[in-house]
Write a protein that binds this ligand. Structure first.
Ligand SMILES: Nc1nc2c(ncn2[C@@H]2O[C@H](COP(=O)(O)OP(=O)(O)OP(=O)(O)O)[C@@H](O)[C@H]2O)c(=O)[nH]1
Ligand SMILES: [Mg+2]
Length: 458
């Protein structure tokens, strides 16, 4: 096991309230004792674990004071990496953080690779790979919901599921073994039994992958596209949703020529909110290109907000939009509710019989909350009940898909009358494949790929 001492800034390099330098390894405490003088006079070697000590950071070679700082020691094995860990909490400022970092290097630490702290936690057996990947997800987590799911994985819930599947395979292996060794085995029709168990395991895992795929949007964001004819107020709606003047709004139809995308959080859900060029027949080349792009966005949309201008009669362009959007999950919205109404709901029911119509004013903001509630309700319905959500990394998903394929193949082979010895071997292969998820069977290359996705200092 590597045991050199690694160091990295654990906070983003920028101007912040505090900057943290984190060190881990055999030399961490002795390096810190050369750099830190506690006010109390206590030596770093004598610090209690998990207690902050106030003091001065100094450059011992030049004997100059760098900053007043806090120092905390977390002794092995009760630390994140299970090694001795020391953190300096500085008064921030990228320059200062950098200087202290360099001092640690000069005193003998090595710069940590991204994710190396977590890698050590994993290698030293403090967390399993599922939990390590959860840490990476937490660092990346865009939305509160995704964060919650990563936290759950960190607590080990998802890892427990995977282990239950592994246990299942071990059990089946045991059955195969017993049937090989004894003529009067407890299960009379072992092949039939295996087929039933394997296919039910495969279905459970398939469901889990599906759930993982649905949950992926919590990382990537739901694509919500605003569509409508020119001048209905699409750009105005985007602006009130993102809370700033993001898109240009003018009284002239055809203002927005290109799609404009903003990422927002609505009730914890990450959303890629897109304002598009109004769909209409146009001779203008640029506008036509914009309309084509709108159509591409509409294709991919998780949800379309179909806007109608309530203060104007229905037009040909409205009809066209209504037909396109009708094929996607959508919400029908009447905009400009602050103006005298011209358009009636009955006219819209021609396209969307009996559907609820949300009335808003993108100018005054009236109805915005109702629309937000409607959007989040629709999106939540798409991802299904929360207790079934699983946040999976690409590595986990690919591994599980390979497991599914192997299971299906084994089922075919059993049907074709394969011998029990070979079935036993196959089960063992699948088990080892599955262990790649929890990291019990994993090659160094893969580890490196996984941990390289981490931020520095994690
Ligand atoms: N009274 C009123 N005016 C609105 C409302 N929403 C938008 N407008 C006005 O309608 C005009 C067009 O608004 P935009 O948001 O630019 O419309 P758009 O759909 O983006 O138009 P294009 O980009 O041309 O397709 C502007 O003058 C807005 O101020 C509303 O709810 N009430
Ligand atoms: Mg616009």
């Amino acid at each position: 096991m590597e045991n050199d001492t690694i160091v990295a800034p654990a906070t983003p390099l920028g101007v912040g309230a505090i900057g943290i330098i984190r060190m881990s390894g055999r030399e961490a405490i002795s390096i810190a004792s050369r750099l830190f003088r506690a006010r109390s006079g206590k030596k770093v070697e004598d610090f209690s674990s998990f207690r902050f000590y106030l003091g001065d950071l100094i450059d011992p070679e030049r004997g100059i004071l760098l900053d007043e700082a806090l120092c905390v020691v977390m002794r092995a094995p009760r630390s994140y990496t299970r090694e001795d860990v020391v953190e300096f909490h500085l008064h921030g400022g990228p320059l200062l953080v950098h200087r202290v970092f360099e001092l640690c290097l000069r005193e003998g630490a090595r710069m940590a690779k991204p994710g190396e702290f977590t890698e050590r936690a994993f290698l030293n057996g403090r967390i399993d790979l599922v939990q390590a990947e959860a840490v990476a997800e937490i660092v990346r987590a865009r939305s509160e919901k995704a964060l919650e799911l990563s936290l759950r994985a960190l607590k080990g819930e998802w890892g427990r599921k995977v282990r239950a599947w592994q246990d299942k395979l071990v059990l089946l292996q045991a059955h195969v073994q017993v049937s090989c060794d004894f003529l009067d085995a407890p299960v009379p029709d072992i092949e039939g039994f295996l087929l039933k168990e394997l296919s039910s395991l495969r279905e459970v895992i398939e469901r889990e992958i599906k759930s993982g795929e649905r949950t992926q949007v919590l990382q990537d964001g739901f694509l919500v596209v605003i569509a409508g004819k020119p001048n209905v107020g699409k750009s105005s709606l985007l602006n009130i949703m993102v809370g700033k003047e993001r898109a240009i709004v003018t009284p002239f139809p055809g203002t927005t020529r290109d799609a404009i995308e903003e990422i927002i959080l609505l009730e914890g859900l990450p959303i890629r909110f897109v304002d598009t060029a109004g769909v209409r027949d146009s001779v203008d080349f640029i506008e036509r290109a914009g309309v084509e792009k709108t159509q591409e966005y509409l294709q991919d949309a998780d949800l379309v907000i179909v806007l109608f201008d309530r203060s104007r009669p229905l037009e040909e362009d409205d009809t066209r939009i209504a037909h396109i959007a009708g094929r996607k999950p959508h919400i029908v919205v009447f905009n400009k509710s602050d103006l005298p109404p011209i358009l009636s709901k009955e006219e819209i029911y021609r396209f969307y019989p009996g559907e609820e119509i949300v009335e808003i004013s993108a100018l005054t903001g009236e109805g915005k909350e109702t629309l937000i509630a409607k959007i989040t309700e629709k999106l939540r319905a798409q991802i299904g009940p929360e207790e079934h959500l699983t946040l999976m990394s690409a590595h986990q998903r690919e591994t599980l898909k390979a497991v599914i394929r192997s299971l299906a193949e084994l089922e075919r082979e059993i049907e074709d009358g394969m011998s029990l010895d070979v079935i036993g071997l196959r089960l063992d292969e699948i088990l080892r494949e599955m262990k790649r998820i929890t990291g019990e069977n994993i090659d160094g290359k893969l580890l490196e790929t996984i941990f390289s996705h981490f931020c520095l200092g994690k």
